[in-house]
Design a binder for this molecule. Structure first.
Ligand SMILES: Nc1nc2c(c(=O)[nH]1)N(C=O)[C@@H](CNc1ccc(C(=O)N[C@@H](CCC(=O)O)C(=O)O)cc1)CN2
Ligand SMILES: Nc1ncnc2c1ncn2[C@@H]1O[C@H](COP(=O)(O)OP(=O)(O)OP(=O)(O)O)[C@@H](O)[C@H]1O
Length: 193
């Protein structure tokens, strides 16, 4: 199947989850992600605000704030088209809607964190496969932004895909620019490669 068809199918699949299923999934992934962090010293986490029936990250964000871990959200880069910046997100951060209708912090350069200074970066995804390959919304934003870190085989940040279990498929057709994930956390499981 073509990537575009898989994207459509998997977006439809997660869109069919009921409100109750979404809530249960959010509670379970929250437990699994903090179980995965266990005693690791984590100071800064990049994550995203859920959109398009993605697994709800709000419980995770609340818990990070409660633990005094700094939270960063993706902001579409104003000049480098197709790239993301990660900006601090606090309860009272001024927000704006981006071109996809997703809320992001209003750009403030003093609050931007370099990707290599994040301890963990949780990425959204539309589908993942048995090998940890990831398919996103099709903008190439994460692949572009993370290409350099992948090429240099950096260990920081730890990149963790967050997904519903129904986003798992056997095999994705991969492209040269795809950045495979070493960790994917779902409500049921923590996949490690
Ligand atoms: N919650 C969340 N935030 C995110 C992302 C994401 O996937 N999820 N992104 C991850 O990169 C970036 C934004 N990228 C996006 C790229 C495309 C569309 C989108 O909705 N595109 C088309 C449909 C795509 C298709 O079917 O081919 C649309 O406008 O309907 C949304 C976000 C940054 N923030
Ligand atoms: N490292 C890169 N350098 C240049 N172009 C890239 C890079 N990564 C991806 N792209 C381009 O981005 C477009 C979308 O890629 P792809 O379909 O893999 O996105 P995606 O993984 O679904 O999205 P995302 O990473 O935002 O979640 C492709 O046309 C591809 O050429």
């Amino acid at each position: 199947m073509e990537r575009q068809n898989i994207r459509k199918l998997m977006r439809e699949r997660r869109a069919q989850l009921s409100e109750i299923e979404q809530l249960e999934a959010a509670k379970k992934i929250n437990v699994n992600i903090f179980q995965h962090f266990k005693n690791a010293k984590i100071r800064r986490v990049g994550i995203y605000l859920s959109n398009d029936s993605e697994i709800d990250t709000s419980l995770i964000i609340e818990e990070l704030w409660r633990k005094n871990i700094k939270v960063y959200l993706p902001v579409l880069h104003p000049f480098c088209h197709g790239y993301l910046l990660f900006q601090r997100y606090e309860k009272n951060s001024p927000m704006t809607s981006n071109r996809y209708g997703i809320l992001e912090p209003k750009l403030n350069c003093s609050q931007v964190c370099l990707v290599e200074d994040l301890d963990v970066l949780c990425t959204p995804l539309v589908a993942f496969d048995q090998q940890g390959n990831r398919l996103g919304m099709g903008g190439g934003y994460y692949d572009r932004t993370l290409a350099k870190y992948y090429r240099e085989q950096r260990t920081k940040p730890e990149i963790i895909g967050l997904a519903h279990d129904c986003q798992h498929i056997d095999q994705l057709p991969i492209e040269s620019w795809d950045v495979p994930l070493k960790t994917i956390v779902t409500p049921k499981k923590c996949y490690l490669w």
